[in-house]
Design a protein around this ligand. Structure first.
Ligand SMILES: Cc1cc2nc3c(=O)[nH]c(=O)nc-3n(C[C@H](O)[C@H](O)[C@H](O)COP(=O)(O)OP(=O)(O)OC[C@H]3O[C@@H](n4cnc5c(N)ncnc54)[C@H](O)[C@@H]3O)c2cc1C
Length: 460
């Protein structure tokens, strides 16, 4: 970083410009488990400060990487071309507009705090990524995060009414309005949802809220095999039963949870966690209909939560899964593929074939209710020739998923983790169009460079 840049940015941010080794390390990783040191870290508290920082970076050609909590799984917050990490966690205020069912927040607001603020006035913000105790709303929007409730309520994009964004030249622009209807002009707010900080820095958000459902009731259903459970999921969806959360864990997850001291009845091949919400009187009947459908698909046991605390315990168990399965190896390729919900049994059969063919441990769990399954290839990196085997297996997985009409990522984003698989899903012409959009918003390629899009092929 040039002397003049350092002088200007220190004058602007004072002690909120940080270049100590400690602060650089703290902002050098995300949940992808890779570390890349930024040259420095900026901690703005207003969007005017963000705009001034971006203007300075543009003037001195310094790459800028927006960062929320750094719990993304795809390396999105890693400064792969060096430069400045823009840590937005201090911009975390939340204002609830009770009359219009809207939450307005800074990008650094923690997701669970948005939930609490809405629930305090009997409203409801549905997106519930398992990381919600730490993840930020800015990070959720930039990744279009989902969670178990996406089965009924959809993902983050369904709740973004408007965004204020600092563009690559430092201008502050608003896209969308906090209204239920608005068709004026091109709808650009959704372009920023899932754009992983590559098109602009989100500095203010307006989110749609819903009335809080009166009650929720959860249950755990165990099955003889993962394939039976997968068939039950497709049957529950096809029967129009619309659970608010519907998650699957395979036998590897169950083994890990047991080893970690959790209590799971029997020795099932897979477990479904199912929640229904709405009118309290009707919930037991709804769960019973789900149970009846599951009985036709190898249901071994059914346990219903007795009270709210037990209900929450089931979902805490689910949220604890991702780190717990690390016992299967020192390295995890954590994929989050999506298939049409009727295709879940086919996906599970295919993963079983991959396990047999490759000899790899492949652990599956996730948001079965919306077709988004976390397929985790677990291994020890020191094993000879293992990386090549894993890579081949992943390519086979993505090829199959796309052939089924699915997607290579449902919620974790592309970042640097999945760039090399983008050609499974997009043609060169489609990728070229995306590059042109990036060029329009960020002509100097300074906003989170090196993410999402693979390098063009030589002929392009
Ligand atoms: C245990 C665990 C469980 C998880 N479970 C889920 C889950 O259920 N569902 C799910 O969807 N994800 C899940 N994730 C992934 C992760 O939590 C989400 O991707 C989350 O949205 C990341 O938020 P963050 O604030 O940590 O963003 P970061 O990791 O800091 O950043 C993610 C991306 O967003 C960009 N970004 C951040 N803030 C802004 C901003 N203000 N403006 C522009 N760009 C910005 C960054 O540049 C980066 O590209 C999980 C992660 C962990 C570790």
């Amino acid at each position: 970083m040039k002397e003049q840049f350092l002088y200007e940015i220190k004058k602007l941010l004072k002690q909120r410009f940080r270049d100590s080794q400690e602060q650089r390390v703290l902002n050098s990783y995300d949940a992808m488990n890779r570390m890349i040191l930024p040259d420095a870290v900026a901690e703005p508290v207003t969007e005017e400060e963000v705009a001034s920082i971006i203007m300075l970076c543009a003037g001195f050609r310094v790459p800028v990487v927006p960062r929320g909590a750094g719990c993304g799984f795809s390396g999105g917050a890693l400064p792969v071309r060096g430069g400045l990490v823009l840590n937005l966690s201090r911009m975390n205020d939340i204002v609830i507009d009770r009359d219009n069912l809207v939450a307005e927040a800074g990008p650094g607001a923690v997701t669970a705090d948005v939930h609490k603020a809405a629930e305090a006035v009997n409203l409801f913000y549905p997106p519930d990524p398992a990381s919600m105790a730490v993840s930020t709303i800015g990070g959720n929007i930039a990744e279009n995060a989902g969670g178990p409730r996406a089965a009924k309520y959809g993902v983050t994009k369904e709740y973004v009414l408007a965004l204020r964004v600092v563009l690559a030249d430092g201008s502050i622009r608003t896209f969308g309005r906090p209204l239920r209807k608005d068709v004026a002009g091109y709808n650009l707010a959704p372009l920023f949802v899932g754009s992983e900080g590559t098109l602009g820095v989100i500095t203010r958000v307006w989110l749609k809220l819903l009335p809080k459902p009166e009650a929720a009731l959860s249950s755990i259903l165990s099955f003889d095999t993962a394939l039976s459970a997968a068939r039950a999921i497709s049957a529950i969806v096809a029967a129009g039963l619309n659970p608010s959360r519907l998650e699957i864990m395979d036998s590897f997850c169950i083994q890990s949870l047991k080893e970690a001291g959790h209590n799971i009845d029997g020795d099932p091949g897979a477990v479904l966690m199912v929640e229904v919400d709405g009118d309290a009187v009707q919930l037991p009947g709804q769960l019973n209909r789900i149970r009846e459908v599951a009985k036709k698909h190898g249901l071994l046991s059914f346990r219903q939560a007795g009270n709210e605390a037990e209900n929450e315990k089931i979902w805490e168990l689910r949220r604890s899964l991702s780190p717990i399965i690390n016992s299967f190896g020192d390295t995890k390729m954590n994929e989050d593929v999506v298939v049409p919900r009727s295709g879940i049994p086919e996906l599970f059969s295919f993963v079983e074939q991959l396990r047999k063919k490759s000899g790899l441990t492949i652990v599956c769990f996730g948001h079965a209710g919306d077709g988004n399954i976390h397929v985790n290839v677990m291994y020890n990196a020191a094993t000879p020739d293992i990386e090549e085997k894993v890579e081949t297996t992943l390519h086979q997985l993505f090829e199959k998923v796309v052939a089924m009409g699915g997607s290579i990522s449902g919620e974790h984003g592309i970042g640097i983790a999945k760039q090399r698989f983008m050609r499974h899903q997009f043609s060169e012409a489609e990728l070229a169009l995306m590059r042109r959009i990036k060029q329009v918003f960020d002509p100097l390629n300074l906003l989170n460079p090196g993410k999402i899009l693979p390098e063009p092929e030589k002929t392009e």
